[in-house]
Design a protein around this ligand. Structure first.
Ligand SMILES: [Zn+2]
Length: 307
């Protein structure tokens, strides 16, 4: 009976919607995926065209470099102590906890001499996921790039926020801090890394060594600051999985200790690079295109709801 069949079908859809996100895709969802060729389209294209997050409870699915985000919140383009930069990229989205963190850190930044707050770089796309350009991570709504350029003017126009550049704070390829580095950068990074919501902060090796050499108080935050190449125009904040986010895949915590010796090794390797390994250079592993199938199943659902 057609009416009964329609009812059953509707019921099945409702059940699928209510049953939580671990259920396999329903027939209807599956048909939508194939009809719109989502299964054949690189995931970065699918996520790159989502313009806004669908209203939903915030949920992180997967990890920083292979995941997505449901119910993302959008950081206000301008707040009392921050401005989001490069608005055309539409990457000022994140898990609500990331937004709270960025707002809190910006309020601290505004207390530093010469700083009115923060210029906030890339966070995540409205549904998270892989990006068309730039980052490997920033997929799960828990990563944010904070500019090294002190925010002195919080009235920048959209256009100015496209053209203004940050400043590099390194010299000698990142082995040491450069002229643009200030004590305020140290205090900002210390505050950023001391927050229990933070899993890791990535910054160029010379900055970490500089802090290691000067910190005479509590050194525990240094463990959270991880040396990495690049990261001299901005530093990268990565939050822990929020409490109760059971589908969020965390990273192993950093090794115990302040990590200063490791940072000094990075520094030495920049100053005098170790000799290349004997034999032919190892080819870089081929990085295949990430497809929807490579992401948690829930990410397909997040995309379907975002269309
Ligand atoms: Zn980053």
């Amino acid at each position: 009976m057609p009416f009964r069949a329609a009812c059953l079908c509707l019921l099945a859809l409702l059940l699928a919607a209510c049953a939580g996100d671990e259920t396999p895709l329903s027939e209807a969802e599956h048909q939508l995926v194939t009809a719109s060729h989502m299964d054949e389209t690189p995931a970065r294209r699918l996520f790159g065209r989502v313009r806004a997050a669908a209203p939903a409870t915030a949920a992180v699915y997967g990890g920083y470099s292979r995941g997505c985000l449901q119910g993302a919140a959008q950081l206000a383009e301008t707040g009392p102590t921050w401005q989001a930069m490069r608005l055309s990229r539409n990457r000022n989205w994140g898990h609500p906890e990331l937004l709270d963190y960025v707002r809190d850190l910006s309020a601290f930044a505004a207390t530093l001499p010469g700083w009115e707050g923060l210029y906030v770089g890339d966070m995540a796309q409205p549904a998270g996921g892989p990006m068309l350009t730039g980052h490997v991570s920033h997929q799960s709504g828990l990563d944010a790039d904070i500019w090294m350029l002190p925010a002195r003017d919080l009235t920048l126009t959209r256009q100015a926020r496209e053209s203004l550049s940050s400043i590099s704070t390194r010299r000698a390829g990142g082995a040491f801090v450069g002229d643009n580095w200030t004590e305020q950068h140290w205090h900002l990074l210390r505050a950023a890394a001391s927050d229990p919501r933070v899993a890791r902060i990535f910054v160029f090796p010379g900055a970490k060594v500089w802090m290691c050499d000067r910190e005479t108080g509590d050194r525990s935050y240094l463990r959270t600051i991880r040396p990495l190449h690049g990261h001299h125009y901005h530093f990268h904040v990565r939050l822990n999985c929020p409490a109760g986010a059971r589908d969020c895949v965390a990273q192993d915590p950093p090794p115990p200790g302040d990590g200063c010796e490791e940072a000094r090794q990075w520094q030495r390797n920049i100053i005098s690079p170790p000799p290349p390994r004997p034999g032919p250079p190892r080819p870089a592993p081929a990085r295949g295109e990430t497809m929807l199938n490579d992401l948690p199943l829930q990410c397909t659902r997040v995309l379907l709801r975002s269309q």
